[in-house]
Design a protein around this ligand. Structure first.
Ligand code: AMP
Length: 415
């Protein structure tokens, strides 16, 4: 799928504009809470430096809505990247485009690194504005996209810029595409899909796309209650997406043996009273759940799901979304137990791929993140990829015909 990866590029003495995804979680005092996304770009950055290029890095952070907002500044990322590059100076430009940035990029010598301020401080970014994209492109000789987490967005620094520069996929983007393509096209069986989290509507597309190819679907989290309601179970005041009931009901009728749902839950009157939690069996008749909200899968469901994972030994597993409100200890057990079972499976040789910030954060809390085969850096992008949609940040890299390192010539483009 990816035609032009970094290995094909001539990088010597080139200023390489790299779109990274440094949209990292920050503390209120601006400290980086989790640097995974920065670390994941190091293979691409080090490769470019080793091959004699210099780096001009671009990223977004948060949603500053097209104007400068210092709480979304990328300066902390520049300081952090210096540490990860063993003390190498990372120059920082306080604007993403403009005279100062032009000067800094002109002065950049071979082997040096410059990070631009948040590309979303400019209104042209999210509009995919062509003149803004051109201004960004004018700073470098080549473009490399290594921001898989932003690949589902057609923005100036991910898509527009490829109109003006020879464009390549970075190693992180390449790895994500390889792993997710295998899940979509050529998975080893048995193949399990484990879905959780709040919203059916975010995940129903993946379920529809993959259901024929998968052997089992395990559904937990808030989204399970829409499935249960669709077959007339009592769900009390648990989350429900009424507009999904029909679709979900059709899926359950078509694939009754594939889709596994919770048999009990941990419920409470509300998230504000977690200490009043109780285990409630789920059924069509029971009114025990009454006006309570189901906020985690219950102990019988945990055993049921874990036994499925252990006994059928899935060769491939994709997990997205927590089994409950794992942010609160009272409702975290289901997510943690499923996370542990998946780590076990990965250690025994299963291919376990995890997407979505919450599931990854739960694995990090357990110290099990590094046991997984692959953690996808893009929650939304990985779901859209598995839905079979083409992601604009990836398809635009395939369109470039000539991989020479000269400045782009419009005739090089297929469209
Ligand atoms: P998503 O972004 O759709 O994967 O949803 C993740 C969020 O779903 C997390 O913040 C969880 O707290 C929340 N969640 C998981 N299970 C439930 C539940 N049973 N009821 C309400 N929220 C839930």
């Amino acid at each position: 799928m990816l035609n032009h990866t970094l290995r094909e590029a001539d990088l010597k003495n080139k200023k390489v504009l790299v779109r990274v995804d440094y949209n990292v979680p920050l503390d209120p005092d601006g400290k980086i809470k989790d640097d995974t996304r920065i670390k994941e770009t190091l293979p691409t950055l080090n490769y470019i430096l080793e091959k004699g290029g210099s780096l001009i890095l671009m990223s977004h952070l948060g949603r500053p809505k097209g104007k400068p907002d210092l709480k979304y500044s990328l300066r902390p990322a520049a300081l952090h990247l210096e540490k990860l590059l063993n003390g190498k100076k990372v120059f920082f430009s306080e604007e993403c485009v403009g005279e100062k940035t032009k000067t800094l990029s002109k002065q950049l010598n071979q082997g040096e690194v410059l990070l631009l301020e948040n590309v979303r401080f400019h209104p042209g970014e999210e509009r995919n504005d062509s003149s803004y994209a051109q201004e960004l492109a004018s700073l470098g000789d080549l473009f490399v996209n290594d921001a898989f987490g932003s690949a589902h967005r057609a923005h100036a620094s991910t898509v527009g810029i490829t109109q003006f520069l020879p464009s390549f996929a970075g190693f992180l983007l390449e790895k994500e595409v390889q792993v997710l393509s295998r899940l979509l096209e050529n998975p080893a069986h048995p193949y399990f899909l484990i879905l959780g989290g709040a919203k059916v509507s975010d995940k129903i597309g993946v379920l529809k796309q993959l259901i024929e190819r998968i052997d089992q679907v395990i559904i937990g989290g808030g989204m399970a209650f829409t499935f249960l309601k669709a077959i007339n179970y009592k769900i009390g005041a648990s989350l429900v997406e009424e507009e999904q009931l029909l679709t979900v009901n059709q899926m359950l009728n078509l694939y009754p043996d594939k889709i596994k749902l919770p048999v009990d839950c941990v419920a409470a009157p509300s998230l504000k009273s977690p200490e009043q939690n109780r285990v409630i069996p789920l059924s069509k008749e029971s009114s025990d759940i009454d006006s309570l909200q189901g906020l985690d899968i219950g102990p019988k469901t945990i055993d049921f799901f874990i036994n499925l994972i252990r006994s059928q030994k899935p060769a491939t597993i994709f997990w997205n979304g927590p089994m409950g409100v794992f942010e609160l200890p009272e409702f975290s057990r289901g997510t943690f137990e499923v996370g542990k079972a998946l780590a076990e499976r990965a250690e025994q040789g299963g291919e376990v791929v995890v997407g979505g910030g919450d599931s990854i954060s739960a694995l990090k809390q357990l110290g099990l993140a590094n046991k997984m085969t692959h953690l996808s850096t893009g929650g939304g992008a990985s779901l859209e990829f598995l839905e079979g949609k083409s992601l604009p940040g990836i398809t635009c890299l395939s369109g470039y015909k000539n991989v020479s390192s000269e400045h782009a010539d419009p005739s090089y483009y297929s469209t």
